[in-house]
Design a protein. Structure first.
Length: 276
């Protein structure tokens, strides 16, 4: 098997590297200390097509492969892990739910603006009592008598990108009597009444990334915003998380390489000073 990058991939990698060095690195420290992601940087990422790299041009994406996406993740994460996780959650968790399980109408309405970067997405699965155990979700989605809406009630924690996201993928129980097997997935717009986002949660690292508590209080979601069928939520979540490991793996490689690069700079500087 040939593990060499193609000429196109190498050109893309260089583009990502230059962008990271010139646009992200100079402000990464300030963003981290302020615990706030620069909104202008989001717009710059949109301009280079960073939010839709592995998605079809049919929906406004770049039409590139997953490897090109991982190259972007590595280069961005070398200088700022917060940018890496912002891209990863949007590209690897939110978008796949609609791309793989959404109707054509949902793709046109929600996927298109996500992959062209005009809107940002997030993924609401984790709850105060349901972290790695996704089966512990307590958020509910009750269908109205006329069948036109689902009413969501519950709280999600550590929802990355939620501070500025436009589109929320939310997992909730549509039939509490059957436990996690009756968990369903919904596309929720930020403007829906009853959705509220708390302040950024303090963390030890990756502090510039938006990571908040999101409360759903009698949020009426149109029935057509159900992803797939009722009861497919767990499958949808696990499918997205499986692909998401690729993005997180690339982010980890980038963070490690960035640490090595900075260490070598320091060691070389010390070596030069010691000879003076």
């Amino acid at each position: 098997m040939d593990f060499k990058l193609t000429k196109t991939q190498m050109l893309q990698q260089e583009l990502f590297r230059k962008f990271a060095e010139t646009e992200i690195k100079p402000i990464a420290k300030d963003m981290d200390e302020a615990e706030d992601y620069d909104r202008e940087l989001l717009q710059k990422l949109q301009k280079i097509g960073a939010f839709g790299i592995p998605y079809s041009r049919e929906y406004g994406g770049q039409g590139a492969d997953v490897l090109t996406y991982t190259l972007c993740m590595e280069e961005m994460s070398k200088v700022d892990a917060s940018t890496g996780i912002t891209l990863s959650v949007h590209t690897s968790l939110c978008c796949p739910c609609i791309n793989e399980f959404g109707t054509e109408e949902q793709k046109q309405k929600y996927l298109r603006p996500l992959v062209d970067g005009s809107k940002i997405g997030c993924f609401g699965l984790t709850e105060p009592g349901a972290g790695t155990d996704a089966a512990g979700v307590k958020t509910t989605a009750d269908k109205t008598e006329d069948g036109k809406y689902y009413v969501l009630n519950g709280t999600k924690m550590f929802t990355t990108n939620s501070g500025f996201a436009d589109t929320f993928i939310v997992f909730a129980l549509t039939d509490k009597s059957k436990g996690p097997k009756r968990m369903s997935a919904f596309i929720v717009e930020r403007e829906f009444e009853g959705l509220s986002v708390g302040p950024n949660i303090e963390r030890m690292g990756i502090r510039a990334a938006s990571n908040c508590e999101v409360i759903y209080e009698n949020v009426k979601v149109p029935a057509e915003n159900l992803l797939g069928k009722e009861g497919q939520g767990y499958k949808i979540a696990m499918t997205a998380l499986g692909g998401g490991r690729i993005g997180i793996g690339a982010q980890s490689v980038g963070i490690a390489q960035g640490a090595i690069d900075e260490t070598l700079k320091y060691v070389n500087m010390v070596a030069v000073i010691s000879k003076l």
